[in-house]
Design a protein around this ligand. Structure first.
Ligand SMILES: [Zn+2]
Length: 419
């Protein structure tokens, strides 16, 4: 079905009047002071807001808010307002209760901000509200409850250079919005948060990641998400994965993550090579001893130790596009074998992904050491190649063209149309 796309409405502007609030933001090690822009989307229905897990294991935190905040518990039975929080207020878990500046509340509280709807927790600035809960005795869980467009401003600037081309930033915004909603729909119902702030989902740094160009990219694509064909002629939202530098060819999600989506298919990318950082395009050699490999694999997957005993050898047994490693056989001292997907193998050995930057590599054994050679690319290689997107944007391609290349068969729709 052909869809008519509407030009996104401008974000509702909230006048700050004479009160201009400044925040000290830190980016690239340089502190800068700039006025806090109004938070957009506060009037959107709260069921579309994102719930971002900030932390879950601290005994206390310090919260301030330029517009002050109100506190209520889950039953609305206690309401207190802190109109002036220029000095951070101490909040801590004491047993099963939460103490807010010495006021004790049961179990869970919401801190609702006022204009400009911003708060700082332990010095980090975020938009929207803050939900605090005692999950275990003396341990606080903090969740930022934030309108999705405001959330995205804190993601796009953390996941892509804010000085990159507007069309690349817009492609990134649509991908990140799609990914966030997919995660919320799929996992959010089972828990009291939707996403984390890390690369396990997508990196979110709140106000520290925002710039005017990032906010503009989010605004220009407001409410736009990707859908792709699903079984039965329906369309479905999908996890619009993206990674830094694909290394020349992206990969099917089935081969990398074990789940198939129509728009997450391998496509050629002859573009990232031209502008990628040389250390992202070529990496290696990187060495791991078989002892290290044993320790890291069985540390991440204890069942491997039960099944194989000592890991004595590894072997590439499946490859995808451009010889991307998609399957590794793990041989045990007891003669038994097991199998890991290439991406799982890489992240088990190097959870940071900074040494083994991708799964495009060859593997050579030299005595008790395995050498990873001929590495290309940075990241898992599924979906949008961010560096390729930047190249295409510099060549004058639009975010729509970029997205339709990296997510073949996908369509851009407005949020309401996807339901
Ligand atoms: Zn690429």
């Amino acid at each position: 079905m052909a869809l008519t796309l509407h030009r996104p409405a401008a974000f509702a502007k909230t006048a700050l009047g004479a009160c201009i609030v400044y925040a000290v933001l830190t980016a690239g090690g340089c502190a800068r002071r700039e006025p806090i822009q109004p938070t957009f989307g506060m009037s959107e229905p709260s069921d579309s807001w994102m719930r971002v897990l900030l932390f879950h294991n601290r005994t206390e935190c310090a919260v301030s808010a330029p517009g002050g905040f109100g506190v209520r518990d889950e039953n609305d039975t206690v309401q207190v307002r802190f109109p002036d929080t220029s000095e951070p207020i101490r909040i801590c878990a004491e047993g099963d209760r939460i103490s807010v500046a010495g006021l004790f509340l049961d179990g869970a509280v919401i801190l609702e901000t006022a204009e400009p709807f911003v708060f700082f927790i332990d010095g980090q600035g975020y938009r929207g509200n803050l939900s605090l809960r005692v999950c275990e005795p003396n341990s606080l869980q903090a969740v930022n409850v934030v309108p999705i467009e405001a959330y995205l401003a804190g993601v796009v600037g953390a996941e892509m250079h804010s000085y990159w081309e507007p069309q690349a930033l817009q492609a990134q915004s649509v991908a990140a919005r799609t990914y966030a909603l997919y995660m919320k729909n799929r996992f959010g119902k089972e828990r009291d948060w939707d996403v984390t702030t890390t690369q396990a989902n997508q990196v979110y740094r709140g106000l520290a990641a925002e710039t005017a160009t990032v906010r503009s990219a989010v605004e220009q694509t407001r409410g736009m998400i990707l859908v792709c064909p699903a079984v039965g002629g329906e369309r479905e939202i999908f996890p619009a994965y993206y990674s830094s530098t694909c290394g020349g060819h992206t990969e099917d999600s089935q081969a990398v993550f074990g789940e198939s989506f129509a728009a997450l298919r391998a496509v050629e990318c002859p573009w990232c090579r031209a502008i990628a950082k040389s250390s992202f395009w070529n990496w290696g050699p990187v060495e791991y001893s078989i002892e290290e490999i044993h320790r890291k694999l069985t540390g991440r997957y204890p069942s491997l130790a039960e099944k194989l005993g000592k890991v004595t050898a590894v072997e590439i047994v499946r490859t995808g596009s451009l010889n991307r490693v998609t399957g590794v056989s793990i041989l045990g001292g007891n003669g038994k074998k097991d199998f890991l997907r290439g991406e799982d193998f890489r992240l088990a050995l190097d959870p940071s992904g900074m040494k083994l930057k991708s799964t495009i590599f060859s593997l050579r054994r030299e005595g008790i050491v395995y050498v990873f050679l001929d590495g290309h690319g940075f990241g898992h290689g599924v979906g949008l190649c961010q560096t390729g997107a930047e190249y295409l944007a510099r060549e004058g391609r639009t975010y729509r063209e970029i997205l339709s290349w990296y997510y073949p068969g996908s369509e851009i729709v407005r949020l309401a149309e996807s339901k």
